[in-house]
Design a protein around this ligand. Structure first.
Ligand SMILES: Nc1ncnc2c1ncn2[C@@H]1O[C@H](COP(=O)(O)OP(=O)(O)O)[C@@H](O)[C@H]1O
Ligand SMILES: [Mg+2]
Length: 315
């Protein structure tokens, strides 16, 4: 056993991503057990606060995705209990979880993020859906990506190529949030970059390139073994790779995050890096991109000098 004390991994919760979180939690627990840590895995339910008060763990590691786990709720509660925890503080989680807020912050720092419109569901009912839909298409063009204002695992996300499909996409997104974010779709290669605080300084991990086999990086592509091909480090020109690392570090710092985060981006045909969003509790499932990211070691440096290594993961 290490002398870290008891680590409490929190997984599950009640968000739409419960199943993903349970898988993440089990894998994290197994990894900590292998590292000799005294670890307990627990769901979030009405007994949690009593347990924290009666038997405070040395540290809590939340791997809860979506609402209450990533939006700062749990972190606020842990602050009140004075229990140390891994990951972002409440204000940082709130800023990152709310996609329009995160996009606005990054844009103010000169980072490119797709042009967008964010409106509540009620606006479409109150002001007339037809006129708003028409104006959105006139303003942003096509194709568009429609998504819930906050959420994860691509739930409620649709690509709209034909204006006639926009109302249905808006409806699908309102199943996950009362507010809808409509973005210009960026055509290009999807990448994600993890950031870890090491000795107090954030370090960007190598970019992971994501090539979904079905065309879209949707729920099935994310959590089905073999649903996507991941390439680490991503096949990027060195200058683009540097920008991607800088964008992930800027997001980590500007949003006020701590310990770890993972920023999703798209690189277009001109090598421009577009910011999509930052995750404060990156998935740790067998197919999660976080597990493809690590600090570059000697093997990576050798690989960078050789033709790219690709793998379809199938754990
Ligand atoms: N503006 C966009 N242009 C092109 N693809 C996008 C855009 N926004 C999202 N996507 C696609 O949808 C997926 C989910 O979007 P994202 O904003 O990362 O939400 P989530 O929190 O669900 O991961 C992305 O991984 C990407 O494949
Ligand atoms: Mg994402």
């Amino acid at each position: 056993m290490t002398d870290l004390g008891r680590v409490l991994v929190l997984a599950g919760g009640l968000s739409a991503e419960r199943e993903v979180s349970l898988q993440s939690g089990a894998r994290l627990r197994d990894a900590l057990v292998r590292a000799g840590v005294d670890v307990h895995l627990r769901d979030v339910d009405a007994g949690l606060l009593g347990g924290l008060a009666a038997e405070p763990p040395a540290v809590v590691w939340p791997v809860l995705h979506g609402v209450s786990g990533e939006d700062g709720t749990l972190q606020e509660v842990l602050e009140m209990f004075g229990v140390p925890y891994v990951g972002g503080v409440p204000a940082g989680c709130r800023a990152a979880f709310d996609k329009p807020t995160a996009k606005a912050l990054l844009a103010s720092a000169g980072v490119r993020t797709p042009a967008s419109v964010c409106l509540p569901r009620d606006a479409f009912a109150d002001l007339g859906a037809g006129a708003l839909v028409e104006r959105i298409v006139a303003r942003l063009g096509l194709p568009l990506v429609v998504k819930p204002r906050a959420g994860g695992s691509a739930m409620g996300v649709s690509v709209v190529r034909d204006a006639a499909d926009l109302p249905a996409a808006l409806m699908a997104a309102t199943g996950y949030h009362d507010w809808i974010l409509v973005e210009q779709a960026i055509t290009g290669d999807e990448i994600t970059v993890g950031v870890v605080d090491l000795d107090g300084a954030p370090v960007a991990l190598p970019a992971v390139g994501i090539a979904p086999h079905g065309g879209a990086y949707d729920y099935a592509a994310r959590y089905t073994a073999g649903g996507a091909t991941f390439t680490t480090p991503a096949d990027l020109a060195p200058a683009v790779s540097d920008v991607a690392g800088q964008v992930a570090l800027t997001a980590h710092r500007l949003l006020g995050l701590r310990d770890l985060s993972r920023t999703d981006m798209i690189v277009d045909g001109d090598g421009v890096v577009w910011y999509l969003e930052t995750n404060v509790a990156p998935g740790q499932t067998a197919t999660s991109t976080w597990l493809r990211t690590r600090r570059p070691d000697r093997r990576d440096r050798a690989r960078l000098r050789r033709p790219r290594h690709r793998h379809v993961h199938a754990e």
